[in-house]
Design a protein around this ligand. Structure first.
Ligand SMILES: Cc1ncc(COP(=O)(O)O)c(C=O)c1O
Length: 553
């Protein structure tokens, strides 16, 4: 929208009456200067004029029902083109601030001013609602979510070595294959851009069905497969459709907090069962008489890394069938088994139709793609499809089709094999570095698979984790404590534990791993020296330590 050029001199213009008490002020020279400056702001003069009208309607200068000057008169007064003023009026009318009826004079619309509605809350001079004035209530779910503290991690100083678990290295992403697949999808442009099946793109579900059968021995129909926005959405759908507030849900302790949080947000009553070197202690399940769901990571227990043996798997399934509890099997990183191929899933052992199997591409491709999948029992297929449709219709189609191509032409399998080699080499480097720098002072857990190790410091109590993490951070190395992943269960006293760290290696190459472990070893030496000097008595529990001391998972 333009303005007429040359209208720079001071103007004395007629006043325009707008309703009984208000009037349109004469433009003063300094206002014209300001407006000229505003010409260069986004939206320029027309935006300034629009905002001016809104503000004056809000503060009552222009009363409801009052007439506005004609576009011609206002254009002359402001030195603007009539087209500019007409556009501003059209915008005000479209937004409901004024009414313009076919050639008749324009008026301030009923309800345009904040005070014009019966229960209008307080607003500031610009018409904005004061944040504490809005008394709308949250739902019970909203209130629970409001009360939760979902941890994020602090940004890492550049140059720091970060043993974070969760992110993958950008350089490991199969960029060329992915771009090739995206281009191929683009070339096969669809004649109709319609909503798809909420369970996801059929080509992808077919390709995934074959892939899961070959790599996980899973047999399921394409109807049972649903593509979701990361496994987090699968967990959210399970909670939404299978849990009522107060329902008992059995979880591993320690365990994956993002799962625990989502169940708690729906009001679940979490029943924690301890984990040992063979995964969930199924022998402790018996006293749990009622359960609506059990959430487990049987192929690679998160975070301790154990594999649930067949005997315990059978025990778990029998217990769940007896309680009529759903079993959510989170198979988040089975691609990274370094010694033997992953064994049978709970889903393939299930004879009752109670297992919901969840997987993700966050560990092999990128967590930013938000691509995961779930295999649901036949009985739940339609319900989950309907809930997915209600949540977001379906996952993004182009990305699903690109992934289908990667699965079909073998590039995904090649990429996974390469990633497994890379990650295994990084894991070996970490173990070597720990042996070199910290031999005899640490115990390592979870070497069979995954993208992280749990490193225990038997000589340090768990209360010392925070101090170790902070000392390491001072020396430029980021490590993450394991304690926040343990839940305190009821009145039960916690078993004493040594300090432990979750050390992810997916971002780091050999040299950085060795350098990081050297610094960690120095941090431990300094900490032990300070304990020797009597400064260790004031350990701070990790969950009181803020972002730095929270694992990102
Ligand atoms: C136990 C577990 N499950 C699932 C995931 C992946 O979540 P998503 O697929 O939502 O990215 C992770 C990621 O860290 C995890 O640790």
């Amino acid at each position: 929208m333009g303005r007429r050029h040359g209208a720079t001199q001071s103007k004395s213009v007629p006043r325009f009456r707008l309703g009984e008490n208000s009037q349109f002020e004469t433009i003063k020279p300094d206002q014209l200067t300001k407006m000229r400056r505003e010409k260069h702001a986004p939206g320029g003069l027309s935006r300034a004029l629009y905002e001016e009208f809104r503000a004056r309607i809000a503060d009552g200068t222009f009363a409801v029902g009052g007439s506005l000057p004609s576009t011609r008169a206002l254009a002359a007064e402001r030195g603007l083109s009539r087209a500019t003023v007409s556009l501003v009026y059209e915008q005000l009318a479209a937004d409901g601030f004024i009414e313009t009826r076919g050639g008749a004079v324009s008026r301030v619309a009923a309800g345009a001013a904040p005070g014009d509605t019966a229960r209008a809350p307080a607003r500031d001079a610009a018409g904005a609602l004061a944040p504490d004035q809005f008394a709308g209530r949250l739902s019970a779910l909203g209130t629970r979510v409001e009360g939760m503290t979902l941890q994020d991690t602090e940004p890492v100083a550049s140059g720091d070595t970060d043993f974070i678990y969760g992110p993958l290295a950008g350089r490991d992403f199969p960029t060329l294959a992915w771009l090739r697949a995206l281009r191929a999808v683009e070339r096969q442009r669809m004649p109709r851009l319609a909503y798809e099946d909420p369970r996801g793109n059929l080509e992808l579900r077919k390709a995934l069905q074959t892939h899961l059968s070959q790599t996980r021995g899973l047999s399921c129909s394409t109807e049972q497969l649903m593509i979701v926005n990361g496994s987090q959405q699968a967990l959210d759908l399970c909670a939404r459709l299978l849990l009522d507030p107060g329902d008992p849900v059995v979880v591993e302790n320690p365990g994956y907090r993002m799962a625990h949080h989502v169940f708690e947000s729906y009001g679940a009553d979490l029943q924690c069962i301890d984990v040992d070197e063979h995964g969930l202690r199924t022998g402790e399940l018996d006293p749990v008489r009622v359960a609506q769901m059990v959430y487990v990571t049987p192929t690679h227990q998160f975070p301790l890394g154990s594999f649930l043996p067949i005997g315990r798997r059978r025990e778990l399934l029998a217990w769940a069938a007896d309680r009529r509890a759903w079993v959510v099997e989170d198979d988040y990183d089975s691609e990274y088994r370094y010694s033997v191929r992953p064994e049978a899933t709970l889903l393939s052992l299930d004879t009752h139709g109670c297992v919901i199997h969840v997987g993700t591409f966050s560990k092999t491709l990128s967590p930013q793609l938000r691509l995961g999948y779930m295999v649901v029992p036949d009985r739940l297929v339609d319900t989950f499809a309907a809930a997915k449709r209600l949540a977001d219709r379906h996952a993004a189609t182009g990305i699903q089709r690109a992934l289908a191509l990667l699965l079909e032409d073998g590039s995904y399998d090649r990429h996974v094999r390469r990633m497994r080699r890379l990650q295994h080499a990084r894991q070996r480097a970490l173990i070597e570095a720990l042996q070199e720098q910290l031999a005899g002072r640490v115990e390592v857990q979870g070497v069979a698979s995954g993208l992280h190790l749990v490193v225990w410091f038997p000589a340090l109590p768990s209360m010392a984790e925070l101090a170790l993490v902070k000392e390491a951070s001072r020396l430029g190395v980021r490590v993450y404590p394991v304690s926040p992943l343990y839940r305190r269960s009821g009145q039960q006293a916690e078993r004493p534990r040594p300090a432990g760290l979750i050390m992810g290696y997916a971002l780091l190459e050999r040299e950085a791993i060795f350098d990081g472990v050297r610094r960690l070893s120095e941090a431990l030496r300094r900490l032990e020296a300070s304990v020797g000097q009597g400064r260790g008595a004031h350990w701070q529990a990790p969950d009181q330590g803020g972002l730095l001391t929270q694992p990102p998972c």
